[in-house]
Design a protein around this ligand. Structure first.
Ligand code: AHR
Length: 630
């Protein structure tokens, strides 16, 4: 093999490797959004979903009132009316229980209004056996009939995956309650009402160059009334209008009829997360079409204005001066500096002439008012199919900036597509490999299809993506998160339970590429040919001009180890050391099981090279990261 460090074939986009976040598999509510109370504002289909009577309740003690259009964002609230002193209680089950930690502080908060003062709230955290593990009291301090926000904190004396919250109403009186909430205080960056720190850290460890949000199919919705509308996800959280999640029940392997989007994680928080991660924000907006896998609902072309205006206003929200309407809202929410939005996606996996027609309307307005923003359009999921081919042709003819391609295919597809981008047009649209995951056919346990065979084939494919970094500007695996007790789609990059995060072999593969991206692609070949599967070896090479390193990624999908002699052309020192990190397993079906020691995890070592030649043995079924100083 020959690698030539002095020949730059392509510049690597510094933000090439990113993450795609969607609220699927309890990724947001019940996942990264750290709220522990399910159905905190009684807006689920069944208003008391997630809540249970603890008795002894009399007729009329609880009432759900509906303000309807007078508070369209948050119509319902709970009235507790008590005429005797006996305490009555409610229990909230959380999202498959509440994960709580010993010694951690929890903030209980509520909006209330006293119709007739006299009720005190006794707040308890109970473990899965029903034992009280933390408690406090919320004494209502406002006597008049105005809504008031109040909070109180307490500590848990036990760690439990499946704790519940109990609220006992003591005394006599009538009180209205809304937004009953419980948050841990050990959130990401200690932010109030923030995100689960362990989950965000797992993303931060990938050093993502961008974060695509909020979806995925949830952008489109079952129908247009349930589409994702960013404007309803910003401003005070008590006014954000909840909708049913597109991944509720219908597509669930484990039923999730309680899957709603409360939007506590809304567009402001997504932008903030992107900033925290040092990633470019990459929002996707609805193009005037509902999810075509569900329905064929579209907005008539002459009524698309509202949708286009949402896109223009989003740019103002992200980048506009604080004197503008939407820029002011951003500032009021705590971020007067712009978020520096540079890319915007219009539509997700929409297809047909209906998509093209609508996209053209967006393109015209966006290029007129915001030529600085790159437009991303989706070509769908069937790369060999007619829909995809049609869109690819149309999008290129429209001179769309970036085409978003999605691949959920078996390992063989990934292996044979390591050459996919070699012959792509270098002058036209850039490519965003926006959703990909190898779906192994050979694993009986669907939740663990993130097996080694899948990850190995992804690594082989990604060497081709990296080699073609001049065309493929952005790449992200999908989906990102899955909760072990509430998922709809598998495989997924990162699995969680209420307290822990478990990374998959595919995560390690992503991390190899995203944290070793280099600055320039350089040639790596065997007798002039790229490493795209000959002798079961795949490979790519980059140099990093900042860290002054050569970085090789070599994938051996074969059943035997291969000795490779690599001629290090252009290296300064004749001899030295290379650091090596290897992912490998003999069993293609090996996976990292939740709660157990990981089967596939990087193993670090070193290897010497002499006479500008590196002799390296790539183990059977292995992904090898080799780095040495230039
Ligand atoms: O990643 C899961 C789903 O796959 C996304 O929501 C959608 O874009 C694709 O079909």
């Amino acid at each position: 093999l020959v690698v030539d460090v002095n020949t730059s074939l392509a510049k690597v986009n510094p933000n090439m490797w990113g993450v795609f976040f969607e609220d699927i598999n309890m990724g947001a509510d019940g996942g990264i959004y750290a709220e522990l109370v399910k159905n905190r504002s009684f807006e689920f289909f069944r208003p008391m979903m997630g809540w249970k009577n603890l008795g002894p309740v009399k007729e009329g003690n609880y009432l759900i009132l509906n303000r309807q259009m007078s508070n369209a964002g948050n119509p319902r609230y709970l009235r507790v009316d008590k005429k005797t002193n006996t305490a009555i209680g409610l229990r909230n089950e959380g999202f498959r229980g509440m994960g709580v930690k010993q010694g951690n502080t929890y903030e209980f908060s509520v909006w209330y209004r006293q119709q007739k003062p006299g009720i005190t709230l006794r707040v308890e955290l109970v473990d899965s056996a029903g034992t009280v593990i933390g408690k406090t009291e919320l004494k209502t301090t406002q006597e008049n009939k105005q809504w008031r926000y109040q909070e109180v904190s307490f500590t848990s004396n036990k760690t439990d995956q499946k704790a519940n919250l109990q609220i006992w109403f003591e005394g006599e009186g009538t009180i209205d309650l809304d937004m009953i909430s419980l948050f841990p205080t050990d959130t990401w960056q200690g932010r109030k009402n923030g995100l689960r720190a362990d989950m965000v850290q797992t993303l931060a460890d990938l050093k993502p160059g961008f974060i695509r949000f909020p979806g995925g199919c949830i952008v489109e919705g079952f129908d247009l009334s349930q589409r994702f509308q960013w404007k309803k996800t910003v401003g005070p959280i008590e006014n954000r209008q909840l909708i049913v999640n597109r991944w509720n029940t219908e597509f669930a392997h484990r039923l999730t009829p309680d899957y709603f989007q409360t939007f506590g994680l809304g567009f402001f928080e997504y932008f903030q997360l992107a900033e925290d991660l040092g990633a470019e924000p990459l929002p996707i907006l609805n193009c005037g079409m509902a999810c075509q896998f569900n329905s064929a609902e579209v907005v008539p072309l002459d009524q698309l204005d509202e949708y286009v205006q949402d896109a223009l206003d989003l740019i103002e929200f992200a980048n506009g001066a604080v004197s503008t309407k939407w820029g002011k809202l951003r500032a009021d929410m705590g971020h007067s500096a712009p978020f520096n939005l540079k890319m915007l996606g219009v539509g997700n996996e929409n297809w047909g002439p209906q998509y093209v027609e609508r996209l053209k309307v967006f393109q015209e307005a966006l290029k007129k008012y915001h030529p600085e923003i790159e437009i991303i359009a989706s070509s769908g999921t069937d790369p060999e199919g007619e829909r995809f081919q049609y869109l690819d042709k149309e999008l290129r003819a429209m001179k769309i900036d970036i085409i978003d391609e999605h691949f959920y295919r078996d390992p063989d597809w990934f292996l044979s597509n390591a050459k996919r981008y070699d012959n792509y047009d270098r002058q036209g649209a850039k490519i965003f490999a926006g959703e990909y995951a190898s779906h192994s056919k050979n694993n009986k346990k669907p939740e663990y299809r993130n097996n080694w065979e899948a990850a190995l084939s992804e690594a082989a494919f990604l060497t081709g993506v990296e080699r073609n970094a001049d065309v493929v500007q952005l790449a992200s695996y999908a989906p990102l998160f899955a909760h072990i007790d509430g998922w709809q789609w598998t495989p997924d990059l990162i699995w969680v339970d209420n307290l822990n995060v478990y990374v998959t072999p595919s995560y390690h593969v992503q991390k190899i590429f995203s944290t070793n991206k280099g600055t320039d692609v350089v040639p790596l070949h065997s007798n002039g040919a790229t490493l795209t599967g000959e002798n079961k070896i795949y490979g790519s090479a980059v140099v990093d001009k900042q860290s002054n390193e050569l970085i090789l990624k070599i994938v051996n999908i074969g059943d035997s180890a291969k000795e490779l002699a690599i001629d290090l052309r252009g290296i300064k020192k004749a001899q030295g050391k290379a650091t090596v990190s290897v992912l490998r397993h003999d069993d293609p079906l090996a996976y990292n099981e939740v709660g157990k020691a990981p089967s596939v995890t990087p193993i670090e070592s070193e290897v010497n090279y002499k006479g500008k030649k590196l002799v390296y043995t790539a183990s059977s079924q292995s992904v090898n990261l080799i780095k040495l100083k230039l």
